[in-house]
Design a protein around this ligand. Structure first.
Ligand SMILES: Nc1ncnc2c1ncn2[C@@H]1O[C@H](COP(=O)(O)OP(=O)(O)OP(=O)(O)O)[C@@H](O)[C@H]1O
Length: 330
């Protein structure tokens, strides 16, 4: 039997802005099992934060139902809040207290005894490597250190489930990698279920066990990153020719799209097809002057699903795995 940590059916949120309805989340179904690390990926305005805010009882749904950590979000919001940790987008930068005092205050907020709070705070200071800064004011810390303090605050009461809303946004690549190491280590040692939102394709791809892609308020894909890429991405092969007319003639053999003198083809086994195509085209007098092959990315998945690129929307700031489609010399 599976142990569901989050289930949602028909979750919907419609805001009103300037008298007009804004359908932020539309009829979303979710199922997250205990212990999973799930990334909710999508462009700005897709509805990720609104979904998280409903699941964490910060926002009432317009329609639909959800159970989080065994509690109904409408009937037992206090039960949900006791069992979850939530780290929103706003960071702890404004906090003027020292890190350790901030953690102790959080323990008191959750009704933990003084001794238990101190033990737990010390554990988190150690596991999130905050020892060096534990006596500094939170507002004096770096962005990455502040996010680690936020995560420690979210985990103080030992929640079964941790929601993180864009934990790494605004961090430099080194701090992002460091934060992720901590998140993964925490998950490994505590088994806490983690449900997070991100814009970063590379993070979702490499680190999450399951990726849910959201667009215009709907979940449009839900699987492991390799499965999504296999089903929807396909390898990207580009072939360059001496002229646009050669490219057009080649496309009639191999399919794909023509941009000037370059043909781009999406194929499940592009690496094996590429030498075959080059030989076949040469036999027809069409010389490939340059070629590339690359494995599919989650952006290809998003493109296949929506016809748009997440990158074009500027939704992947700092994404450092941007793959070029410019062909190199063959
Ligand atoms: N309080 C509100 N009133 C009106 N519209 C809202 C409100 N909150 C969110 N929206 C709208 O709902 C849609 C979804 O917003 P949401 O913040 O959930 O998206 P998101 O995927 O989390 O985006 P981001 O990645 O930028 O945080 C957007 O069109 C947003 O403008």
């Amino acid at each position: 039997m599976t142990n569901q940590m989050i289930t949602a059916r028909g979750l919907t949120k419609t805001f009103r802005a300037k008298g007009q309805p804004v359908e932020a989340v539309r009829d979303v179904d979710l199922a997250v099992e205990a212990g999973e690390l799930v990334a909710f990926l999508g462009p700005n305005g897709a509805g990720k934060s609104t979904t998280l805010r409903m699941l964490t009882t910060l926002l009432p749904p317009t329609a639909g139902e959800a159970t989080v950590a065994g509690c109904d979000i409408r009937l037992d919001p206090a039960g949900v809040r006791r069992r979850i940790g939530y780290v929103g987008q706003g960071d702890s930068g404004g906090h003027s207290q020292r890190v350790r005092d901030e953690l102790h205050a959080q323990g008191a907020f959750y009704g933990l005894g003084r001794r238990e709070t101190r033990v737990r705070a010390a554990e988190l200071v150690e596991s999130l490597e905050l020892g060096q800064v534990a006596n500094r004011q939170v507002q004096s810390l770096s962005g990455g250190q502040k996010r680690r303090v936020d995560i420690a605050l979210g985990l103080l009461h030992r929640p079964e489930l941790l929601f993180l809303d864009e934990p790494s946004t605004g961090l430099d690549p080194h701090s992002r990698a460091n934060l992720w190491e901590h998140i993964i280590e925490l998950r490994r040692t505590t088994g806490t279920t983690i449900f997070l939102t991100t814009h970063y394709l590379d993070e979702a791809d490499e680190l999450a066990e399951r990726v849910m892609v959201m667009d215009h308020g709907r979940v449009i894909a839900d699987d492991t990153a390799p499965a999504l890429k296999q089903q929807l991405g396909g390898d990207r092969v580009t072939l360059a020719f001496g002229s646009a007319s050669d490219a057009a003639a080649a496309a009639s053999h191999v399919g794909g799209e023509v941009h000037g003198a370059v043909v781009t083809v999406t194929a499940p086994d592009g690496d094996r097809a590429l030498p075959r195509w080059i030989r076949g085209l040469a036999a027809d007098g069409l010389e490939v002057t340059a070629a590339t092959h690359r494995a599919p990315t989650l952006d290809d998945v998003f493109l296949a699903l929506t016809g748009r690129s997440l990158r074009e929307e500027g939704a992947t700031p700092g994404s450092d795995e941007a793959a070029s489609d410019e062909p190199a010399a063959a």
